[in-house]
Design a protein around this ligand. Structure first.
Ligand SMILES: C[C@H](O)[C@H](O)[C@H]1CNC2=NC(N)=NC(=O)C2=N1
Length: 95
């Protein structure tokens, strides 16, 4: 499926809708901290299921109770609507 990369202006206009996310090195980025590994990994499992539903997948790193997520659209060579959609769904999964 063809996906369009958003322009810098589009991205700037949409970022306020995701106050916890920032633009970092050309990707949508958010860091999460949980009480322990189990909580962090449970969250990652829920994100993985959502990513499969959307057929759009995060780049992420986990260190014990911390999860860092970067969103970009490989097929578009930049940030697309799909990244904003996944970011919103990720936020909705938080306890
Ligand atoms: C074929 C399939 O739709 C694509 O490869 C999807 C899968 N998940 C994806 N995830 C992300 N982040 N970017 C993509 O371009 C992408 N493409």
């Amino acid at each position: 499926m063809a996906v369009d990369r958003l322009s810098d202006d589009d991205i700037k206009a949409r970022l306020p809708g995701l106050p916890e996310w920032s633009l970092r090195d050309g990707v949508l980025y958010r860091a999460f901290r949980f009480s322990d590994f189990s909580e962090a990994f449970g969250f990652m499992a829920r994100v993985a299921l959502e990513a499969e539903r959307l057929d759009h997948h995060p780049e992420w790193q986990n260190v014990y109770n911390q999860v860092q997520i970067s969103l970009t659209t490989h097929d578009a060579g930049g940030i697309s609507d799909r990244d904003f959609e996944l970011a919103q769904r990720i936020d909705a999964l938080l306890p």
